[in-house]
Design a binder for this molecule. Sequence first.
Ligand code: 5GP
Length: 179
Amino acid sequence: MKTQIADLYFEPLIPLKDIDKRTIEIANQISADYKGRTPILVGVLNGSFLFTADLIKHIDIPVEVTFTKLASYYGGTSTTRKIRDDFDLSIDIKGRDIILVEDIVDTGNTLHYLIDKLKVREPASITACSLLLKPKALEGIIYELKYVGFEIENDFVVGYGLDYKELGRNLKGIYRKVK
Ligand code: 5GP
């Protein structure tokens, strides 16, 4: 069923039940990989707030959570390559295991930028987790990107935290722009 957001139409791509199932699998993987440690999940706002919240519910080792803000899209449907830097992380991450949580990786520029910023603060390790990845848009390998929910085509998507003109974040599941 098509749904309208502002001036665009979107159709269902990934149902919520599939996201829930995949989120549990990733949480189990993180729990196993970080056994005996206490990682800090750093959610990248705004898009990852739902995914980060759902992910942490299923992680069964001690874990901390915080958020940072960074955006490169300015409300359009394609990347601007400019990163609006609202980067702010008040906690000390020196010597800690960091897991960055993204909603979507497109070109990968945002994630690269963020990883570089965090590395300066000397964490023990950094990995990244993204609900969605557009492999065909990715400009270079990101070795830290260890956990990916779903690989999708180069479509513009909304829902489950992702927006178009700040709308559509409350859609249950991922929707793609109708061509
Ligand atoms: P990158 O820097 O990897 O090109 O872009 C990453 C950021 O662009 C994401 O965190 C997200 O804010 C935005 N973005 C990329 N693709 C999409 C998309 O299909 N839909 C939405 N709503 N945002 C996207």
